[in-house]
Design a binder for this molecule. Sequence first.
Ligand SMILES: [Zn+2]
Length: 307
Amino acid sequence: MEWAQALLCESAQQPRQACGQCLACGWFVAGNHPDFRLVQPDSHVKEAEAVDDGPPLTAREREKKSDQIRIDQVRELQSFMNLGTHRAGRRVVLLHPADSMNSSTQNALLKNLEEPAAGTVFILATSRGHRLLPTVRSRCQMVSLPQPAPEEALQWLREQGVEQAETLLALAGGAPLLAANLADRADFLEQLADQLANPRVDALAVAALCQRVPPVEVVTALYRWCYDLLSSRISGRVRYHAGRALAVSSLAAHCSPRLIAGYLRRLGRARALAEHPLNPRLFMEDLLFGYVAMLEGKAGHLSGQYP
Ligand SMILES: [Zn+2]
């Protein structure tokens, strides 16, 4: 977003830095620059941003929102391209996350990338570049945005008023924005880790605890916990739960690396289904029974009944 703003800024002093003062910057920050389009899945649009005079969405309606950038969203860009720019300058289209386009949608975008309108810049933001078609990638310049240094990230998190910044940054694998998003879940994640660290964990109790949180977030948290178990077992390193390194290593000492790896693969498959499980409670209970079986050294959890 900052880069897009810098491209549209009309009195930028340095490349890639918007002035924050000019008319164009004012429009951009207010979310109504006429030469800018943000294309994102409906599920990414925050409710406050959505222009909607109707009644607030129910939880069910919110769940139904698409996690993909739809093909008609990309087709609608055509009319935006056909118009002259309002400020007779650049035009910027930001697609985020770009990997949320399926291959048909990417192909629809390809025409625009091949013959872009004059002055138009497309920014395809993604952390999974490999999911973009080779034909799309070959028409883009890659600009890497590496993770900031931990001290820098911690300072930023503290400036944002995030408590337990170190714990959350570790849980987020060093990604500061993700860490800030996890702040709302800090209590839940602590409770979950407490439970998972218990060698005699009660699967049903954990499943009940997890009902408060979308299944996909639970699967991610479980994945990170088990990743640390395996990593601790094999290399002695704990990445996500550095503050619990001792608990992780003593639990891992009793686990078979083969079974942990098998359970991680199962979690990987479960992640695909976790967006819309038919029965969230059963889904969670089955996964957690799998976790208990893994701790007990039983191989039966590797397939799982559900999914
Ligand atoms: Zn400006």
